[in-house]
Write a protein that binds this ligand. Structure first.
Ligand SMILES: [Fe+2]
Ligand SMILES: [Fe+2]
Length: 276
């Protein structure tokens, strides 16, 4: 079979897993982000989705290993796999520690994702599963870019937990196009990925909010006006994470979209030098 370039990443982009350790256990017992329950629960609720989600992402890409004949994309797939496997380990540890410290049920947080992934594995064709991964990788990449490029998202956060989230964000940026390029190489269509983005965004926001609400309920703060007001401000006004990510979210719907059209390699270099 002739070898075609299937990777569309910048020619000098190189990445692989880094295994830093983070001393986060004590801080997880507290409202580690700005001493605010909602914002802390928002991040913690998101973390609960990662171990199962990232396994699904790896599996959906690895399924197509035999269709990748560009050695560069093959190498990127193994780096992607190693990075996501590492994220799973770190977030599993984060989640287990958090649940032990705060008497949360890990199983309850993972339930929705577990049921949905089992359904997808059973019912969806492999390319639809890959499209779901491509869409979720877009969500993580645009949130990572926002967190690393702009002020505010981690202001007031515990420094060690912030470092963990930045490390994850850097690696999501590095491998942001891997699943996308595999999807292109195996004939993925525009309508498949548009459809996947709408559904993935809905489930991502719903599950994160659900998890945050369970945590707030357990802390006795589910009906705190103060917490919801500060959460609304965080998500929509300042830093306004969801508002700020919306233009980048829309880009994915364009016919000729590619993740590296937003070339943020300088950001990776900057934060890697900060963390080394
Ligand atoms: Fe990840
Ligand atoms: Fe990723």
């Amino acid at each position: 079979m002739p070898v075609h370039a299937q990777s569309n990443s910048p020619a000098d982009l190189e990445f692989g897993p880094r295994r830093p350790s983070f001393d986060i256990d004590a801080a997880l017992a507290s409202d580690w982000h700005s001493e605010r329950a909602f914002v802390t629960a928002w991040f913690n609720g998101m973390s609960m989705l990662f171990p199962l989600g990232e396994k699904f992402f790896i599996d959906s890409v690895i399924h197509y290993l035999d269709d990748i004949n560009d050695p560069r994309l093959a190498a990127e797939v193994s780096a992607f796999r190693a990075q996501e496997a590492n994220h799973r380990v770190q977030h599993q540890k984060y989640n287990e520690t958090l649940c032990a410290l705060r008497s949360y049920s890990l199983d309850r947080f993972e339930k929705n994702a577990r049921v949905r992934i089992a359904w997808a594995d059973r019912e969806l064709p492999a390319r639809r599963r890959l499209a779901t991964t491509v869409a979720n990788e877009h969500l993580t990449a645009i949130m990572a870019n926002d967190m690393l490029a702009r002020e505010g998202t981690l202001n007031g956060a515990n420094p060690e937990i912030a470092a963990l989230w930045r490390w994850h964000g850097i690696e999501e940026t590095e491998h942001k196009a891997v699943a996308f390029d595999v999807f292109l190489a195996v004939g993925g269509t525009l309508s498949e990925r548009r459809h996947a983005l709408i559904l993935s965004t809905f489930f991502f926001l719903k599950d994160t909010l659900r998890n945050a609400c369970i945590m707030l309920q357990q802390e006795g703060k589910l009906w705190s006006f103060r917490e919801w007001a500060s959460g609304f401000k965080f998500l929509w006004i300042y830093p306004g994470t969801l508002r700020r990510c919306f233009p980048a979210w829309l880009q994915f719907l364009k016919k000729d979209f590619h993740p590296w059209q937003d070339d943020n390699r300088a950001l990776i270099a900057h934060w890697k030098s900060e963390q080394s």
